[in-house]
Design a protein around this ligand. Sequence first.
Ligand code: PHE
Length: 336
Amino acid sequence: MLEKLKNLETAAAEEIFKITDLASLEQMRIKYLGRKGLLSQILKTISSLPKEEKPKIGKVANDCKVKIERLWKERFDQFKETLDQEKDKTLDLTLPGFPIFVGHKHPITQVLEETYQIFAGLGFEIADGPEIEEDFFNFEALNIPKDHPARDMHDTFYITEEILLRTHTSPVQIRTMKSHPPPIRIIAPGKVYRRDADITHTPMFHQVEGLLVDTETSFSDLKGILTVFVHQMFDPETKLRFRPSFFPFTEPSAEVDISCVLCHGTGCRLCSDTGWIEILGAGMVHPKVFESVEYDPQKNIGLAFGMGIERIALLKYGIGDIRLFFENDLRFLSQF
Ligand code: PHE
């Protein structure tokens, strides 16, 4: 009996170190320590032993059980440890995360959306029109007939004699008035095209047009609206200057300057030492324009303005070259 127990112990010890996976370890436990296992089978025979041998054998059998259990536990712990280490290899919570590059809106889109917000606050709705436009809407109806010298200014991309890429968003004024009766209060954002390319011009750029037509509109409304816009887009300290100018479709016309965003008016390279920077064109809608859309020039008064969004963005962010907006260099774009 003692011999049997000793052998069982040695066999268990040998077997246990050959085990390489948890499932076999569990089988080994059942084989030796289970209810119908090898040890139980030996223990069952104790009852048939002579009375005086029982306690001694009983003790040895118990020691044997404890030893096998301890061996088993040690092996089990080793497995657990390596399992934990494996887990650590696949998921190390202490490692820094991988950076995730999240895209965002293009700076021009951001400035456009800010512009919508400001004008929405003043009750303006958004209108649009085609980028491939008819000569009539882009020029003729805006009081720019075929032989008008103002056409030179526009450096137009013509598709045919009558079809062109719109050179400004002003044709949307015409389209809107032709399809809607007064009063009108719209802004028309969009792409425009001119044959021009240098550090302040790109062949395609964005404009936002504004048009308000009502019975009692005045130049001071125009000043008020543009002042609100400039103060919200730049800062409330920015000064505005309305300089007399000429557009065939407005009378009177003005160009609007703001106090230089860099030097605030003292003079610097950006404003060519004038303290002022031009940002948009504006004026009161010309009666001829009303005639071309069959609005009564006696009853309606309109104000209109148009601005280049790239220019606003350049000034807002202090950027020196307009072409940066279109090169799609992430080092540039990710700064906004
Ligand atoms: N359309 C003009 C331009 O592109 C801007 C403008 C719009 C001026 C409306 C006056 C009124 O230069």
